[in-house]
Ligand binder design. Sequence first.
Ligand code: SF4
Ligand code: MG
Length: 299
Amino acid sequence: GIPLLAADAPPQTKREFTSDQEVRWCPGCGDYAILAAVQSFLPELGLKRENITFVSGIGCSSRFPYYLDTYGMHSIHGRAPAIATGLATSRPDQNVWVVTGDGDALSIGGNHLIHALRRNVNMTILLFNNEIYGLTKGQYSPTSKVGQVTKSSPLGSVDQPFNPVSLALGAEATFVARTMDSDRKHLTAILRAAAEHRGTSLVEIYQNCPIFNDGAFDLIKDRTQQEARIVHLLDGEPVGVGPEDDRKVLVRMPGGRLEFVASADAAGADVVVHEAGAEDPSQAFALSRLDSPEMTHVP
Ligand code: SF4
Ligand code: MG
């Protein structure tokens, strides 16, 4: 297990988890808000900094480990889940996190991501989804919308995007969540739930890229637009989910059936739903399965 911070240790704050490195994202990038939320959340773990490791791949988001005063590794494109799996299985004294983006996790690293979710070792994967390649200056990504005009799709993207939540559910992930960079309260609640979950947690974070895909998630902040997003999770099955039902989330029921449930106490559901709350502007949610199989790879 991971040694806890001594009871008489001085209390930690965001400052203890902030490195001396100059943050080099573009002005206004959603990554800043996510970084601040993570730095402020980490003291809650009650762990020493040397018992926490952030592994990233390649992309704008993958600069993340430089800015945290923990252990970290800016690793290989798409391979952060594999490296983190090795670390999590060989170093039980480490609390392991992955920071990745839509290009890194879903294109070159797609296989590593789904197999990490399938193996279900104890780690938390933060997938910053800005629906664009930012670091390489604005090409369409595996989550770019159909018709999206980018530098590599001047007439609009013709490819159907991945829905990372659906993908994770398909890989039988035991914790799946979606949240937003601009929603600090919900983002922090999701970080907490994901860190508490034993097994691999996948947290998709909608992240605005003001340079190459500005405003991609503005519609989601509009409650009247939530239906389209939620129904998309059902892969075409017609389910009437309106703004008044925005606390419903799609979950996998025993036997593999997909169903919307309304709350953590939904009878018969094999999931715990960590709700966004009625005040939440996004349709963000998280869920974790109670029937997670025993983890075979955790020493
Ligand atoms: Fe952020 Fe976009 Fe700049 Fe990358 S290119 S740092 S995602 S604003
Ligand atoms: Mg991206």
